[in-house]
Design a protein. Sequence first.
Length: 382
Amino acid sequence: MKRLTLLLLGLALGVSATASAQGLTMQMSNGWSFSFGGNVNAFWVFTKQTNSGPTNSSVRTGLLPAFATFEARGKEAGLNLAVHIGFAPQINTGGAHDHFGPDAAGAQIDMRQVYLTIGFKDGGQILAGRELGLFSRQNILNDMTLFGVGAVGIGATFTQGRGTTLGRIAYGYLYPNFVSQITYSTKPGQAQLSIGLFEPSVFGDHTYTITKIPRVEAEFTYNQKSGKNNFMFWLGGLWQSTSNAPSGGSTVSSFGGTAGIKAGLSDLSVVVNGYIGKGVGTGLLFGGGETVVGDTLSKSDGGYAQLMYKVGPKTNVGASWGFSRLKFQDVVATQFTSTTLGIYHQWTKSLKLVFEGTREQEGIGSGAPAQIDISGGFMLFF
């Protein structure tokens, strides 16, 4: 039915259409092309809190939501032009039925991507619109739990399937968010630099809510290949100025830095990365905990290490450990740690079968709340 519908759409527009398991592309009569692709995933997740805590089962979306992406590309006056729109719904019902009630909000339409790109002859590109932020994006894109569940989060708010799972968000990196931006990137190659102006964020603890100038984010990546081995290194940073009053009052500067390396050594893949921050919170970027007292900013740090090994032509096994901390006046206020083991099997060209087990903990010491998460499910790309 999907192919038939798109074919009829193509005929109505006067274009030719071809469909495949990895998306559909139609060449339009005006020289532009239109493509459609995405994924749908579904996981059964069982959680058990330690120390006689509650258990819960849910059928839900994993860390990566479902995606339906539409893109149109054309060339005019020597410029490579494109528009991209990405819907990111979830299958979650959160204990509710149909799509009603706040607990089922994740099952409604989630418009994460709306942007245009302008490509120049030298290979550089401007991206303008809403897309994943630069700071910390390589940390999440190289996380093996992006294709699974990872950490779920402790407590009914998380385990009842309200929204995507956490993966390693707050357990090894800060979530970069899909945010409005104007970003310039140099030509893709061994080295690439991206820098952009971003819609600034108010502090999640509501102490600083005046944002007079854009936030600046930047990312540098370097790729190197040698025979069967390949290496990738990245650096990222952000700066934002935020005030607590329209005039007068206090103005503070938030900083963040991240770095990482990924090495592919034949059948073994190794990822190690970390981040530091001041006045950026923990978990969700600018999601709370940015200030301590007055204009004193909190400090954040964290990172994760990951090993993936190819045990067969289509199967990889992985293990990762990570942590995130928030410090008030150099004293640890919150700490989240998790360990994940996973099996990732490419069942067909488009279909992935995933099994994971995670132990997550909030706090320090044996008495801190902890939870076991066991999951299994499917991810189908089209």
